[in-house]
Design a protein around this ligand. Structure first.
Ligand SMILES: *[C@@H]1O[C@H](CO)[C@@H](O)[C@H](O)[C@H]1NC(C)=O
Length: 211
């Protein structure tokens, strides 16, 4: 009987060791696939793989949007690989805007740490625009895959916000870049958006399309 229990106990112990994988710190030397990066061997992992200091630094807002998004996704922060979460820092100078964009891979919750934003998203079923002025301490969610935006409406006050995502790789597609910084032919943009050619040409010059 005693032998039986010892056997059972060691079986339970060994099977639990075999089954549990606590984390999958990104191995940047191997290619990444749909499931993310490969896992580094646990004996090569240190606490620094689970700490990221990049969000303590303001992003550079000297650009047309007067905005900066500083990601802490799997590509920058190896510890979030495989955990289904990530974050980013959003800085908006006075007059700044996070233009219409989507995250194809994640829901988002945005925490305003400083300043005042008008933030919103557009539903896909009825094209309802859900928008609101949000302030320091407020959080707002943006469902996965939906077009959304944030505009700094505080008078001369910068905005600092932190976004959390339901994926280590939320992805980011900015509508202005997709249309006017890409190799999308002007005639086809006109046909598919109903915008006029002069306005498309103006926007291509603004966003630096090479065609
Ligand atoms: C911010 O970006 C602008 C435009 O790219 C660049 O000229 C400037 O040197 C950058 N500033 C810093 C502090 O990196």
């Amino acid at each position: 009987m005693a032998v039986f229990f010892i056997l059972m106990f060691s079986l339970i112990l060994s099977s639990s060791y075999a089954a549990v994988q606590d984390f999958c710190v990104a191995d940047y030397r191997a290619p990444s696939g749909p499931a993310g990066y490969s896992c580094r061997r646990p004996e090569t992992v240190t606490v620094n793989d689970f700490v990221y200091s990049g969000l303590g630094v303001a992003g550079n807002t000297s650009n047309i949007f007067r905005a900066a998004n500083t990601p802490a996704s799997a590509a920058e922060f190896p510890g979030v690989n495989g955990l289904g979460i990530s974050m980013s820092r959003v800085d908006l100078a006075a007059g700044g805007v996070v233009p219409l964009h989507i995250h194809p891979g994640a829901n988002e919750v945005l925490l305003v740490a400083q300043g005042t934003l008008v933030a919103g998203f557009i539903s896909s079923d009825r094209n309802t625009v859900y928008l609101k002025t949000i302030n320091s301490g407020d959080i707002m969610v943006f469902p996965q895959g939906l077009l959304h935006f944030q505009v700094n409406v505080g008078n001369a006050t910068p905005v600092l916000a932190f976004a959390s995502y339901s994926s280590p790789r939320p992805g980011l597609q900015i509508v202005d870049y997709a249309l006017f910084q890409s190799n999308f032919p002007t005639q086809l943009i006109a046909r598919t958006t109903f915008l006029g050619i002069p306005e498309i040409s103006r926007l291509k010059a603004v966003f630096g399309s090479t065609n």
